[in-house]
Write a new protein. Structure first.
Length: 393
């Protein structure tokens, strides 16, 4: 890591003619279980991974912000500190929306830097793989900005809300709190259990003999963001119908499967499928937390809940794709796989598998070649491990 940091500092110095005064790191995340339950105010389990994003900063003397990334070939992007507006999503430098969005929210919260700054980014998170490079970039940017200007976030939740609001209000993605919360609260050997209604996170110990593998399909639907927004709207529509008989519910996850049962007839077929997925998924997360809190890791039982989650996404929430289904089908037949499911928003992205330690590189290589034969795409399976949450370096 130290050699890497030295290399990054020298890249930054060449790019911005000054050594970085602040550096912050934030990891990517996997959604372990709890698909689209977050904005339905339910429970979700996530894990940090041992890859992430580094943000480096120095103050400037003018009112401009300069942004550059080691991974991109284009020159420094420059924008004015005041009047920040998001770049269109299809801009080749739309990644700048994440740090700029965070800055805009911080300014709204009374944290306006007197002058501009330069910001340089490095990442070892494969882009577009559903490992939440966006939340990592938001969180590392907020930490670095806080440090550079002496702005204090009241607590980790205030830091989380800054990135989350940037994503919703600046980037325009109506997401829940999963990504930013995991990135901030994650820890080695733990899953982060989030109660999205209470906005409370806690670590649940998850030790034992298993590996996590991420198989990125390397293919996502062009309309991924609008599909996500559609699902969000369908869930809110179903919730509004159910409120006519259960006025006390804030989100779909306020209903247990048993409490939902007598009201199913109120929903039209699509809304019924969406609500059933969310309410049953929330119950699966609760069951997994119960199993984990019992102590010993119950890989088989938890793995089977992961497979159930995927089938529910595939048939009820309809946010899976042929590629994701192929990977899960193949993993389900493979030796040494406890469970597998699409992780994150869906409509492309990656599958997370929980495997035995023996599965290893050889097991992953078999899945890779099967997927290459099926899709024509070569992918690099990643073994990931839970690690520390976001921090200043
Ligand atoms: C994306 C969003 C999260 C969550 C998941 C689906 O990752 O950013 O807030 O909704 O999809 O569970």
């Amino acid at each position: 890591m130290n050699a890497k940091l030295e290399e990054l500092k020298s890249w930054y110095e060449t790019t911005f003619q000054a050594a970085p005064s602040v550096m912050a790191w934030a990891p990517g995340r996997v959604e372990f279980l709890g698909n689209h339950t977050d904005y339905n105010l339910g429970m979700v389990l996530g894990s940090t991974i041992d890859r992430g994003i580094i943000v480096m900063m120095t103050p400037r003397k003018d009112q401009m912000i300069g942004l550059a990334s080691t991974g991109k070939d284009h020159p420094i992007v420059e924008v004015e500190l005041d009047g920040l507006e998001p770049l269109p999503g299809d801009s080749p430098v739309s990644w700048v929306n994440y740090p700029l969005g965070v800055l805009k929210i911080m300014i709204q919260n009374g944290m306006r830097p007197q002058k501009g700054f330069n910001i340089g980014i490095w990442s070892d998170l494969p882009e577009g793989s559903g490992l939440s490079s966006s939340a990592a970039l938001e969180t590392a940017s907020a930490l670095a900005l806080g440090k550079l200007y002496g702005f204090v976030f009241e607590d980790k939740y205030a830091l989380m809300r800054t990135g989350w609001r940037a994503e919703r209000e600046f980037v325009g993605m109506p997401c829940g709190i999963l990504d930013q919360t995991v990135v901030i609260f994650g820890d080695a050997d733990h899953l982060v259990s989030i109660d999205c209604k209470a906005e409370l996170a806690k670590g649940v110990r998850f030790q034992g003999d298993y590996q996590f593998w991420v198989f990125n399909t390397a293919h996502k639907h062009a309309l991924i963001d609008s599909f996500y927004a559609d699902r969000n709207a369908e869930c809110m529509g179903a919730r509004d119908v159910l409120r006519t008989v259960e006025p006390g519910i804030a989100g779909l996850c306020d209903l247990s499967p048993a409490a939902f049962e007598p009201h199913k007839g109120l929903l039209e077929p699509v809304a019924l499928k969406r609500a059933t997925h969310i309410i049953e998924e929330n119950a699966r997360v609760r069951e997994t937390i119960r199993l984990l809190e019992k102590g010993a890791v119950q890989q088989e039982a938890i793995g089977s809940l992961l497979f159930q989650s995927h089938r529910s996404s595939q048939h009820l929430f309809e946010n899976s794709t042929e590629d994701l289904d192929f990977l899960v089908d193949t993993l389900e037949r493979a030796e040494g796989v406890y469970g597998a499911r699409l992780t994150g928003g869906g409509f492309g992205g990656a599958v997370l598998a929980m495997t035995t330690p023996e599965f290893g590189e050889a097991g992953a290589a078999k899945i890779r070649s099967a997927y290459a034969a099926f899709s024509g795409r070569q992918i690099e399976p990643l073994m990931v491990k839970a690690g520390p949450g976001a921090k200043l370096l």
